[in-house]
Design a protein around this ligand. Structure first.
Ligand code: HEC
Ligand code: HEC
Ligand code: HEC
Ligand code: HEC
Ligand code: HEC
Ligand code: HEC
Ligand code: HEC
Ligand code: HEC
Ligand code: HEC
Ligand code: HEC
Ligand code: HEC
Length: 314
């Protein structure tokens, strides 16, 4: 009797309609859904889909299967954020979250890139799912060739040639034997940074130029022989007489590489029995293998100790 306005029709009465006001809708002013137009005010508002009243903030990204823009797939009237799209559902997308990605906030991946795309909706579709879509290459392209190698899914392996999502420093996948310098012998136990020295005393290998590591032994190891094996200008490589297992004993074969074979009585004579010539080179004592006399008398004959070897013949 007091008037037609306001009506007695409140949230409670609304519950009897085909559209009970639940969750956040209970606090929404009537006029937001029933836009006042006098007698033309519409009460039987369409409500099959949330988008009957809510703008599609995702701009059609979920318009296709399996969602068909059915907002209820991911939202309730309680709130839009967070969605009802937890990690378990993410596991069924084209991009399951693994390793370090599990702890990354949703919005770090699903945000418009600034400033160019700031006006665009948060992206839930990526044209490329490879790591480089979101991560920049700190290696300055030095692995371009390796990254082009075709992986099991037929595409280029990209960063995954070496990395997983576990951690960047976790190089489980890098197989050093695929380089021209396989790690064999003692090199297997040598830490990466001993060969791949970070520039400017940095602590990580971020700015290392990996291919810059020398592949010849002498590039990393000092020659303790003071270049005595140089022959006609050509120094034989360390690898001529050594492998990566150990320096001593060497692989030097006295039979084929000298014209003084160690046969018979000399077979078990220690190297040091004949090679004693030590000279100082840059303040370091260096054992010189030449000259060593070849004549019997030089070591055995004169009755006096040999000048070169110090051996006193019998
Ligand atoms: C969130 C949106 C929303 C809000 C807020 C809302 N309504 Fe509704 N209302 C609807 C929808 C949708 C229908 C249509 C139900 C149907 O199809 O029968 C409806 C139906 C009605 C009807 C017709 C009921 C019937 O049985 O035919 C009345 C009257 C009404 N609303 C009044 C109100 C009043 C008064 C308020 C504020 C207290 C209110 N509504 C708030 C969405 C809303
Ligand atoms: C009949 C129209 C209508 C329908 C259908 C409808 N809403 Fe709403 N809803 C509104 C209006 C109007 C508001 C108030 C918006 C405002 O304050 O700007 C609102 C507010 C909300 C809010 C709280 C405010 C906010 O934006 O966070 C949530 C959450 C919400 N709706 C979820 C849903 C979901 C989920 C559906 C589908 C299941 C849905 N709504 C369907 C009209 C509707
Ligand atoms: C496949 C799942 C999915 C579907 C379908 C979906 N959304 Fe969302 N929506 C999300 C996710 C995820 C978020 C981000 C919320 C979060 O971080 O938890 C979001 C956020 C929102 C937000 C909040 C945005 C903000 O910036 O605060 C609104 C509003 C919203 N959605 C509306 C809709 C509407 C309307 C529809 C239907 C047209 C819809 N959504 C369909 C997943 C979905
Ligand atoms: C590390 C990055 C990353 C994080 C973190 C992440 N996502 Fe995603 N998300 C993606 C990628 C990539 C896709 C696949 C896009 C495609 O299919 O094109 C995706 C797809 C989606 C989709 C679309 C699903 C579909 O079927 O199309 C939704 C919804 C979504 N994510 C919601 C979330 C939510 C909610 C969170 C937080 C719980 C989250 N995402 C965290 C990268 C991420
Ligand atoms: C859709 C975007 C997206 C894609 C695709 C993506 N990431 Fe991420 N990733 C992120 C974001 C965002 C973070 C968190 C911020 C950061 O650390 O850069 C992250 C973090 C990481 C981290 C942890 C970094 C840290 O410091 O803890 C690793 C490792 C990682 N991603 C590896 C990968 C690998 C490997 C791929 C390719 C298989 C990949 N990501 C693809 C977005 C992505
Ligand atoms: C051929 C192998 C290889 C490929 C391919 C490769 N990386 Fe790496 N990456 C490494 C190595 C080795 C490290 C040093 C790891 C360590 O510190 O233990 C590294 C370190 C990193 C780091 C950590 C840097 C830091 O701060 O310490 C990031 C980030 C990274 N890589 C990203 C990428 C991305 C992105 C791609 C693809 C564009 C990629 N990597 C491709 C070998 C590779
Ligand atoms: C004993 C020395 C040594 C050690 C230890 C070593 N590397 Fe290397 N590495 C090399 C050399 C030499 C090359 C250069 C091969 C070439 O030029 O093809 C190389 C090449 C590489 C490359 C470049 C591959 C390419 O094709 O571009 C990567 C990446 C690499 N190493 C990573 C590592 C990692 C990670 C570790 C530790 C687990 C490691 N290396 C340990 C000597 C070493
Ligand atoms: C890219 C650098 C690099 C190259 C090339 C290289 N090495 Fe090494 N090597 C190292 C480093 C670093 C160590 C560990 C530190 C040390 O003992 O000097 C090592 C250790 C060794 C050791 C073990 C030393 C010990 O005392 O246990 C031997 C033997 C060895 N290398 C032999 C070789 C031979 C033979 C070659 C050539 C076929 C070679 N290395 C090429 C870097 C290199
Ligand atoms: C012509 C053969 C030959 C060449 C070439 C050669 N070495 Fe040797 N190296 C030897 C012999 C012989 C020994 C002594 C081994 C023993 O006592 O069993 C030796 C010993 C060593 C030792 C151990 C020294 C010690 O006192 O413990 C090191 C280190 C070594 N060589 C490094 C190198 C390096 C580095 C190169 C290349 C720059 C190289 N060698 C080239 C023959 C050679
Ligand atoms: C009985 C004496 C004797 C013994 C024992 C001996 N050598 Fe020699 N070695 C010689 C003589 C003599 C020469 C000089 C040959 C020449 O001038 O052509 C020589 C030459 C060498 C050279 C020089 C090769 C060059 O071309 O510069 C090396 C290296 C060498 N010996 C290593 C060894 C090693 C290693 C041992 C122990 C396994 C050893 N020798 C044991 C007598 C000996
Ligand atoms: C560079 C020095 C050197 C030259 C040259 C040399 N020897 Fe020897 N020879 C030795 C040394 C050192 C021993 C071991 C000494 C010892 O066992 O007392 C030895 C041992 C011997 C023995 C064994 C002696 C014993 O008591 O068991 C005979 C035999 C021998 N040499 C014969 C010769 C003959 C023959 C020649 C010439 C073809 C020759 N040596 C050249 C250094 C030399």
């Amino acid at each position: 009797m007091e008037g037609f306005k306001p009506s007695k029709f409140g949230v409670e009465e609304h519950a009897a309609s085909a559209y009970p006001l639940e969750g956040r809708h209970a606090a929404v002013p009537c006029a937001k859904c029933h836009i006042p137009a006098g007698t033309a005010t519409l009460y039987r508002v369409k409500h099959d889909e949330c988008w009957n009243c809510h703008a599609d903030i995702h701009k059609g990204q979920f318009a296709g299967l399996p969602y068909n823009n059915h907002c209820q797939s991911c939202h309730t009237v309680t709130e839009f954020t967070p969605s009802t799209f937890p990690l378990t559902r993410h596991g069924k997308t084209r991009f399951p979250l693994t390793g370090a990605h599990i702890a990354v906030p949703c919005g770090d991946c699903h945000q418009a890139k600034k400033p160019l795309e700031a006006s665009l909706p948060a992206p839930y579709r990526f044209k490329d799912l490879s790591c480089t879509e979101c991560h920049t290459d700190p290696h300055n392209g030095q692995f371009a060739e390796r990254m082009r190698t075709v992986g099991t899914n037929g595409g280029p392996v990209g960063c995954e040639a070496c990395h997983s999502t576990k951690a960047w420093s976790d190089n489980v996948r890098f197989d050093h034997s695929t380089t021209t310098f396989p790690l064999i012998g003692t090199h297997r136990a040598v830490s990466c940074t001993n060969c791949h020295k970070p520039p400017n005393l940095e602590l990580t290998m971020k700015n290392v130029v990996f291919k810059a590591a020398p592949t010849q032994c002498e590039g990393c190891h000092d020659d303790p022989h003071a270049s005595q094996f140089a022959n006609g200008g050509r120094s034989p490589g360390c690898a001529d007489c050594h492998n990566t297992n150990k320096w001593k004993p060497s692989l030097f074969d006295h039979e084929t590489r000298t014209d003084f074979p160690l046969k018979g009585a000399h077979q078990n004579v220690p190297c040091g029995g004949c090679h004693k010539l030590i000279r100082e080179v840059q303040n370091k004592p260096v054992l010189f293998y030449k000259p060593t006399p070849k004549e019997c008398a030089a070591c055995h004959g004169s009755g006096k100790p040999s000048q070169t070897t110090g051996v006193t013949p019998e």
